[in-house]
Design a protein around this ligand. Structure first.
Ligand code: PLP
Length: 408
């Protein structure tokens, strides 16, 4: 069966011609994945930021099972349901308080597309036809669909592959002077600035200061440009705050959440916006927000998201994230000594070792699996963002394995 899979099924960013090895997983429970061959690994990736409570979580299983008895799905055009209504209410009670309206999307990338549409429609409705561009940060990542790709890092993103098909936007280096210079020059044509707050994820696992984020907010106000904050990776506690915006105490105009929203059970994301943005869209043009996915606000996904947020908010998540932060700091600090290591950085439940040279992903992965650890390095980066429930001995094993790679 897996031979067939290998010949016919694409994996993320992969070649079918010369596929890298993939490891069949039979089941997952707690912080562990069990492979088909019986081996067990602790998951340092939380399935790409999502599985904050780990796997096979009784409360989340129960939410799916209970919702399944009522309905798995109904269209959201002209219909609504309790899970969507309750989730919207809960979400709006925990995000920065300027957020007032919710659009449920089916993936992070789609929520970014919707955020860009909101910004463009806002200016259109004011009769401003000049504001059609975005300003993004270099090293950013906002997803794989065309609109989202167009604001990903222009070098490490996929611009070179799709250059002729992508809309052209503006990019700033990640510092106050550069940002100020860019917004000053281009504000007349800028509908919005889009940033990942504090942590730039898939574009290079870089952190930047709360001061810069604060300044970005001020400059957006000063130059009359909307601010879209992409919290898809950072949202729901990962950086030590419930949302990374809180590090700088700022209010976005538009905000995207996804990934950990359902605790890793199903694909669901949301784009939220302020009353100003919403009223602006309705003030002119055709007055309706032009998006509507088939699986919008899927009831199963909304139910499990409700259960996941409930579980998170009822848990001592701040202590847990702080504890993981300490373990990562302690465990990874010795890497600095190694001649192969360029940098070590930790924020909340995120630990990053940046090597001087790109790593051989396949070899490193095999080496890590032998030590019972699942990670997916990319480029020069060996990084972890474990489930918040990972305990002391598993954290120790995770950081020891990461450490061993640097002298490997
Ligand atoms: C993962 C991610 C996305 C895209 O989300 P998908 O669900 O993969 O489409 C967008 N922005 C950020 C910051 C992300 O980390």
């Amino acid at each position: 069966m897996f031979n067939f899979e290998r010949k016919h099924v694409w994996h993320p960013y992969s070649s079918m011609e010369n596929p890298a090895p993939v490891y069949p997983v039979k089941s997952a429970s707690g912080v562990r994945l069990t492979f088909e061959d019986g081996r067990e690994v602790i998951d340092g990736m939380a399935s790409w930021w999502c599985a904050i409570h780990g796997y096979n979580v009784p409360e989340l299983n129960a939410a799916v099972e209970s919702q399944l008895k009522d309905m798995a799905h109904v269209m959201f055009g002209g219909l609504t349901h309790q899970p969507a209504a309750e989730l919207a209410k809960l979400l709006l009670s925990i995000v920065p308080n300027q957020m007032e309206k919710v659009f449920f999307a089916d993936s992070g990338s789609v929520s970014v597309e919707v955020s860009m549409k909101m910004a463009l429609q806002y200016w259109q409705a004011q009769g401003n036809t000049n504001k059609t561009k975005l300003l993004a940060l270099k090293h950013g990542y906002h997803g794989d669909t065309f609109g989202a790709m167009s604001v990903c890092d222009p070098v490490s993103g996929m611009h070179h592959v799709f250059a002729d098909a992508l809309p052209k936007h503006h990019f700033s280096d990640v510092n106050i002077e550069a940002f100020e210079a860019q917004i000053k020059v281009y504000h007349m044509e800028l509908a919005a600035v889009i940033v990942e707050p504090i942590v730039q994820g898939a574009g290079g696992m870089r952190f930047y200061s709360a001061e810069l984020l604060k300044r970005i907010r001020e400059l957006c106000d000063e130059y009359d440009v909307l601010l879209i904050v992409d919290e898809i990776a950072t949202g729901f506690g990962r950086t030590g705050k419930l949302f990374a915006c809180e590090h700088a105490d700022i209010q976005p105009d538009i905000m995207c959440v996804g990934k950990a929203l359902t605790g890793g059970y199903m694909s669901l994301a949301a784009t939220l916006c302020s009353a100003k943005v919403c009223d602006g869209i309705h003030a002119g043009g055709n007055g309706v927000l032009m998006h509507g996915p088939t699986f919008m606000a899927n009831p199963l996904a909304c139910s499990v998201a409700l259960a996941s947020l409930g579980l998170l908010l009822d848990s001592p998540w701040q202590q847990r994230v702080q504890y993981i932060e300490q373990q990562l700091l302690q465990g990874l600090e010795p890497c600095r000594e190694h001649a192969t290591v360029a940098d070590v950085r930790v924020l909340g439940a995120i630990g990053v070792i940046e090597m001087k040279e790109p790593v051989n992903v396949q070899k490193v992965q095999e080496h890590l699996i032998e030590q019972g650890v699942w990670l997916r390095p990319f480029g020069k980066l060996i990084y972890a963002m474990p489930p918040f429930v990972m305990g002391a001995s598993d954290m120790k094993r995770l950081t020891s394995a990461m450490l061993s790679v640097t002298s490997f």
